[in-house]
Ligand binder design. Sequence first.
Ligand code: AMP
Length: 173
Amino acid sequence: MDALRSAIRDIPDFPKPGIVFKDITPLLSDGALFRRTIDAFKERYASDSIDMVVGIEARGFIFASALAYALGAGTCLVRKPGKLPHAVHRLAYDLEYGTDTVEIHTDAFRPGQRIVLVDDVLATGGTVEAAARLIQDHFDVELVELAFLMELAFLGGRGRLRDLPVHALLTYP
Ligand code: AMP
């Protein structure tokens, strides 16, 4: 895990002043480390009979698709508005300033499917909370866990997610 951590670089003041952006591109560009990341997720969920790995746009897709392949599961996309071509369910959620929206295809899951929701970073938790609510409001599925490469614990996202199970490979306290 130390090797993964050391391949994530801090970019101060990106995309706005005061934000320290966690850049995962050095990790992604190292084949051994990317494999280790996906293997770590795979080990956690290998015996959980996962049917679908859901990725949150956009960096979530990178991990969700690789993990789905590793588990022999399907993958599906939670996207920003206007990107999905078929009929969608959508949920608007509050940001610090303004709102944002997530969408998912209305036929994304079959009843009873067991799913893991994946993103790169758990920050305030607003995005993943919206994605999880979108899924729980419209589908009779089992949300096994919300999985992240890293959790920025100082932003308190886990508290906001309350009863949803959360797992992060790396934690920044
Ligand atoms: P959240 O505040 O948890 O809703 O974060 C929303 C999204 O922004 C997540 O999907 C992350 O990919 C991204 N994000 C938030 N904070 C950072 C950060 N410091 N570095 C990199 N990505 C971030």
